[in-house]
Design a protein around this ligand. Structure first.
Ligand SMILES: Cc1cc2nc3c(=O)[nH]c(=O)nc-3n(C[C@H](O)[C@H](O)[C@H](O)COP(=O)(O)OP(=O)(O)OC[C@H]3O[C@@H](n4cnc5c(N)ncnc54)[C@H](O)[C@@H]3O)c2cc1C
Length: 344
């Protein structure tokens, strides 16, 4: 198939916005991988799309990402820079801005930035990610993304066979310890904030050679390595240092869903079960449609489990979903206009 050259990036001017195109086809809030993937689909569908991004993607703490087919080992910043260029190459606009408010009426959604600018769109995609709330252990946060991690598929291989700790934060932490054992047999489970293991759980940990510390970690100690300061030990509440190369833990995910809640969406209750919406997160359908008309969401803001490829997939679906919804509106408008002409 022959391809025509992509149009030059068209950063719409305010005149452009206020004259022929008073309203964007879609505004995407959040220019991480989910938001940019949505914008790429919309740009390629010849839609006028604006991405507003505060510039703090969740994985900004790390220099390399893994488990991303075709880009394994790439820096997250590089991937986003490439994504912004791709969106721009189809005429999409990507601007640095923090959106602080959003309102919707029957025909459009309007967002307001912290600078007081407003942007009106036919549809809104919220792709604002989440914030990881780490366990309160002195010095731990400074190693987030470089020695302290949550996802073994992202960082497990690089920590293989090393001295690892799983730092408990909740009922799922025992399962995390059994999972991390896949990458190293030099593993200790520190109960910390998690419930005390049952006899059965202790037996299963022991059966796989996983050490157990029933106390809490109080401090992360560091040492100076060839690449600068690195994590050296977790100090336990009885004062013993536990030598460690890497810590895995499960931070509390805090979804950045304020805009969705302001627009009338609600988080699913803790009772939501398997196959249903995820507890504590705003439910979306497989295209990313929320219960609020014209409002879509994709990526970590509605799916804490989504890694980079999964967030890209969700943004891709949302972008296509918005375009389909726009086409449906245009069909209805054309049919109504034609009927009016015939009647007139
Ligand atoms: C330390 C660490 C390492 C990781 N490593 C990997 C890895 O190796 N492989 C992998 O697949 N995944 C990895 N992940 C997961 C990865 O970070 C997420 O899957 C991915 O960032 C989700 O993309 P997203 O677009 O949903 O959210 P984000 O990437 O967080 O993007 C959200 C964007 O929205 C912006 N935003 C938020 N609120 C507003 C607002 N009000 N107005 C405007 N903009 C706003 C933010 O500034 C940000 O730029 C890692 C995560 C962490 C924490």
């Amino acid at each position: 198939m022959t391809t025509t050259p992509a149009p030059a990036p068209t950063e719409p001017t305010s005149a452009h916005e206020t004259a022929a195109h008073k309203i964007w086809d879609a505004v995407v809030v959040g220019g991480g991988v989910a938001g940019l993937a949505a914008a790429l689909m919309l740009g390629r569908a010849r839609r006028r799309v604006l991405v507003l991004d505060a510039g703090a993607p969740r994985n900004r703490f790390t220099t390399h990402m893994h488990g991303v087919l075709g880009r394994d080992g790439t820096s997250p910043a590089r991937l986003l820079a490439d994504g912004r260029d791709e969106v721009a190459s189809y005429g999409g606009a990507v601007r640095p801005a923090e959106v602080v408010d959003a309102t919707a009426d029957e025909r459009s959604v309007t967002v307001t930035t912290s600078d007081g600018d407003t942007h009106r769109a036919r549809h809104l995609v919220v792709a604002t990610g989440l914030r990881d709330e780490l366990p309160a252990v002195e010095g731990l946060a400074r190693f987030w993304g470089r020695g302290v991690a949550h996802c073994p598929y992202c960082d497990g291989y690089e920590a293989r066979d090393q001295r690892l700790v799983v730092l408990g934060t909740g009922p799922a932490s025992i399962g995390q310890a059994q999972l991390i054992r896949q990458w190293s047999d030099r593993l200790t489970y520190v109960v910390h904030d998690a419930p005390a293991p049952t006899g059965e759980e202790l037996a299963a940990l022991e059966a796989r050679g996983i050490g157990v510390e029933r106390g809490r970690a109080v401090r992360a100690d560091t040492t100076l390595g060839p690449d600068g300061e690195r994590l050296a030990a977790l100090v336990l509440d009885d004062g013993r240092p536990l030598d460690v190369d890497a810590v895995f833990t499960a931070p509390a995910p805090r979804p950045g869903d304020d805009l969705l809640l302001r627009l009338g969406a609600e988080r699913a209750s803790a009772g939501a079960g398997p196959g249903g919406p995820l507890p504590g997160q705003v439910p979306v359908d497989m295209l990313g449609r929320t219960t609020v008309p014209r409002v879509w969401a994709a990526g970590n803001v509605v799916a804490a489990y989504a890694n980079v490829p999964v967030a890209i997939a969700a943004g891709t679906m949302a972008g296509a979903g918005v375009n389909h919804a726009l086409v449906e509106e245009e069909v209805a408008a054309a049919v109504a206009a034609r009927a009016a002409t015939v009647a007139g």
